[in-house]
Design a protein around this ligand. Sequence first.
Ligand code: UDP
Length: 236
Amino acid sequence: MEKRDKIYEGKAKIVYTTDKPGLVIQYFKDDATAFNAEKRGTIVGKGVVNNRMSATIFERLGKARIPTHFMATLSDREMLCRRLDIIKIETIVRNVVAGSLAKRTGLPEGTAIRQPIVELYLKSDPLGDPMINDDHVRMLKLAMPRELAWIKRTALRINTVLVPYLRKKQLLLVDFKLEFGRAGKTLLLGDEISPDTCRLWDATTREKLDKDRFRRDLGGVEEAYQEVYRRVVPQQ
Ligand code: UDP
């Protein structure tokens, strides 16, 4: 597989074309940003953790017949993926109150949510990813109604697979963000699933083992990412 042109560089990843038109390479960086890129930094080894963890999770989801863009791991920091036309919606699933949900509702962080919640945000850096609903998705023509229904259903199925899977690794899946895209007429899960995009707490101590350590200056950031890596990624 030959890496060709850079087509996109984001906060944490670079996407390259390949010699195959339908396939791209995702390269995972150590760069970290938070609060719409107001806070910037480096988390040493993060790219490797996020690449390997995402691959492990995408493989698990594939076994559960959830379609993803993942094709193969190419190296420590590179993943071969189906090229997607990304839908400009960030889908968030929540099992426990944290972050913006604690702020919006006044409920204390750590409150259990009986029935998982799905939220939609407009994927827009200039607007700071505002929360939207189904009517806004229709007005902005972000997705067809049946695509949105599939996205919400699939987000909850992913949660149903990942909660017990991570619980066995002593991790509580508090919440996570998903991005979906189209490859032709097929909808696929894209992007990554990693400590950058999930809140993961130790199942017993509730210690934060995710990007909140960076966002909130809690220290031990690299150590937390390495701990998640040890628990989730099968060691060769
Ligand atoms: N999240 C993300 N990218 C974003 C916003 C949120 O990956 O641009 C993830 C975040 O890591 C958390 C979940 O989505 O696991 C819910 O985030 P929340 O709405 O609480 O926002 P935050 O407190 O992170 O600003």
